[in-house]
Write a protein that binds this ligand. Structure first.
Ligand code: GLU
Length: 444
């Protein structure tokens, strides 16, 4: 078994691409197969090495690795040779029509009530006419002559699918400047690299029909190829993902503080009936089953992804996070605050609160209560029972209880109305900081 992820390095990796990459990787790893990273970079104008490097970095961040890395730009000879094979078989023919001519022809067909298909006029040119066109300085581009048949396959996600080739225009495989197009290079590579499974987005279904015909024309055994098309993603309201979330790159999510285990766990369960569980790809692979992906569109719900992110942080051991925590962070602090985080960057303020300096707000009208609280503050050493003993004594002496008792104390000690359990936090904050903050907050 051999799979590939074939991004075009013309931009950053988005959640939709990441889902495809992950599905291919999980499928390969689940079944002991190989996984290739193939850069579809024959569009020389739009492909950039910076994007290729960024894609690789983002895939690694997500926890993916690859057994081989291939760039299509290194294989141009191979595509040229394959083009000659097709020409010799009469399946690749030169065309000279300009964009304007083609647009005109499409318009005319439409007016006649016919589908706007390419009419194969170039196929009827005589060798003489072709020679003359070239002598007149015209460079041909090349179309693949589709076979007059319907191509059918059993899709691992969508079930039985077919594409009627007579309803499609013969695709251009080679541009006038000699550069090959994706439809073509992809098939040459899948054949040469003995790819067994192609997992990609549902937007490629028509391509699959064309590419299976091309595959056969190049002498490939289509029985060795399996396809799975993942239904498109929509946002949580059911709208096309391309508009909003579609533009969310992995970079962006990473910068916003999404953990790779949250994104990977979420994407792996997307479109299946399984509950998403956070996990890095290696842990997710054992449960992967492509046939559990539904053929209905899948909703990408950021709230669900955030819920997974929270779970990742709440369970994260100190050693796993150490490098990304504020300088001087210690395990007791991390264990005390991690359960309060949605995103890792929220840890920083809690570091200042617990281990550093903050200025709490002055609480008008609470001066006497906070002065009493300061006076009742027990001597150190403090432990997990200190908070209970201190607030118990205050309750008895002031008659306050519930919110009236706890909120002014929390605000004074942390500057926040909500946060981690104060029984855990108080001994970490320590007596000096606590005393100073009670005084500042009382307005004294
Ligand atoms: N470069 C193509 C894309 O990103 C690859 C599609 C395929 O997997 O064949 O859509």
């Amino acid at each position: 078994m051999k799979l590939r992820f074939a991004p075009s390095p013309t931009g950053l990796l988005h959640v939709g691409n990441a889902r495809v990459a992950l599905a291919n990787w999980l499928h390969a790893r689940r079944h002991g197969g190989a996984f290739i990273l193939r850069l579809d970079d024959t569009d020389l104008e739009r492909s950039k090495p910076e994007f290729a490097a960024a894609i690789e970095e983002d895939l690694r961040w997500l926890g993916l690795d690859w057994d081989e890395r291939v760039a299509q730009s290194d294989r141009l000879d191979r595509y040229a040779a394959a083009a000659e094979t097709l020409k010799a078989a009469g399946r690749l023919y030169p065309c000279f029509e300009t964009e304007e001519e083609l647009a005109y022809k499409r318009e005319r067909r439409r007016r006649e009530g016919k589908p706007p298909l390419y009419d194969r006029e170039a196929l009827r040119m005589t060798p003489d006419q072709i020679e003359r066109a070239i002598a007149n300085g015209k460079q041909p581009y090349w179309r693949f002559k589709l076979a007059p048949r319907t191509v059918a396959w059993h899709d691992l996600v969508l079930g039985e699918r077919s594409v009627k080739l007579s309803a499609i225009s013969d695709p251009v495989l080679v541009r006038a400047d000699g550069s090959p197009l994706y439809t073509f290079t992809s098939v040459v590579d899948d054949l040469d690299m003995a790819i067994t499974h192609v997992i990609r987005g549902e937007d490629h279904v028509t391509n699959t029909g064309i590419q299976l015909d091309l595959f056969a024309a190049l002498g490939g055994n289509v029985m060795h190829l399996n396809f799975a098309h993942l239904p498109l993603l929509t946002d949580q309201d059911g709208g096309a993902l391309s508009k909003r979330l579609g533009s969310i790159s992995l970079r962006h999510l990473r910068k916003d503080g999404i953990e790779p285990a949250a994104l990977a766990g979420y994407l792996a369960a997307l479109g299946t009936s399984a509950d998403p569980v956070p996990g890095m790809p290696t842990a997710l692979a054992q449960h992967w089953d492509i046939t559990r992906v539904s053929h209905a569109t899948a909703r990408f719900d950021t709230r669900q992804m955030l819920a997974l992110n929270r779970r990742v942080l709440h369970d994260a051991p100190f050693d796993a996070m150490r490098d990304r925590l504020p300088e001087g962070a210690d395990e007791a602090w991390w264990l005390a605050i991690r359960g309060n985080l949605d995103l890792l960057r929220e840890a920083r303020p809690w570091f200042d609160i617990v281990r550093g300096t903050i200025v709490p707000p002055v609480q008008e009208g609470e001066g006497d209560f906070l002065a009493a609280a300061l006076a009742a503050l027990p001597p150190e050493p403090w432990d997990g029972t200190t908070w209970g003993a201190w607030t118990g004594a205050l309750k008895a002496s002031t008659g306050r209880k519930g919110k009236a008792l706890f909120l002014p104390l929390r605000l004074a000690l942390t500057g926040e109305e909500h946060g981690p359990d104060l029984a855990t936090l108080l001994p970490l904050i320590g007596r000096d900081r606590a005393a100073l903050r009670l005084r500042l907050s009382s307005g004294a």
